[in-house]
Design a protein. Sequence first.
Length: 346
Amino acid sequence: MQPSDKALVPFVSVDNMMQLVHHIGVERVITEIAAQIESDFKRWESFDKTPRIPAHSPHGVIELMPTSDGEAYGFKYVNGHPKNTSEGLQTVTAFGLLADVYTGYPTLLTEMTILTALRTAATSALVGSYLAPKGATTMAMIGNGAQSEFQCLAFKAMCGIDTVRLYDIDANATAKCAANLQGKGLTVVPCKTAEEAIEGAQIITTCTADKKYATILTDNMVGPGVHINAIGGDCPGKTELHSDILLRSEIFVEYPEQTRIEGEIQALDDDHPVTEMWQVMTGQAKGRTDDRQITLFDSVGFAIEDFSALRYIKTAIEGTEFFEPLDMLADPDDPRDLYGMLMRAK
Ligand code: NAD
């Protein structure tokens, strides 16, 4: 029996995601996802919001990230296992689903490992476009793993960065990142220490992975006027910045209820003031107010960003061959005759 079209769910495999991104162009995809995120952040109040649901283990974390705007529902399954790279596996992998709230039927199933890197970079650069000092040209990129090239290209495309200064405790990671960024219109400077990487940088991105309270930046390394894009501290017990930096910074977050559990600010009192990025985007709160201010985006990754990315992909694949129809919903001719359908399939 052939399922009807309404029961077939478009599935975007890793291979199709890669072809789609090549078809559109990496920087254009990042910029377009950022536009979708910005428009969804501007209607923040129309979303169901909840901190993501984690399952922690000594090995890492597995999380579900759901949200809905009342018309569509989306969730992402994502893991975070810093020890994985030593076993030849990714630290972060993900897949996600979009569904129609009216019928409850899924409307898209997709890989989200690549999509997460794209949406994280899109979110970082979108926030950077609001908070980074005007005329910024140089970014320090500390942690040169899977996310790093996406971050560099996003800041080039959206914030006018022309130079990236790379540092990783693993020199092979820096060499990989530098090689991947060749010919992409960026001046790439591999560095031997984090201190060297931040020299002359107006934007500092930290994107390391370690399941501990790490100190990637100490207080004396951060001068006035910089924007810090802190990506890697995104779990209880997993942070990147010395708390003195937080006390000198204006802190911007996605969703405080989640960031206070997972972000850099887990080191601060629960009532330490933070500004929500959606309010900056809607003009209800101020972003950077002077040239000497240190702005800190305490990024953990929020479900609405994945929802935006899922909706972007759903539209982007329409009329293309970059997906397969997946027979994942039972579709009996008589909706109540599920058993009959099973028996007739014998
Ligand atoms: P990855 O494992 O591929 O890369 C991490 C890199 O950090 C590695 O190359 C490692 O050598 C380096 N590193 C570890 N400790 C370091 C240190 N002290 N100094 C310099 N470099 C160091 O991981 P990834 O996929 O690139 O992700 C990086 C981090 O970002 C992870 O912690 C992940 O959980 C987080 N992340 C956050 C978001 C978000 O939305 N905020 C999204 C995706 C990933």
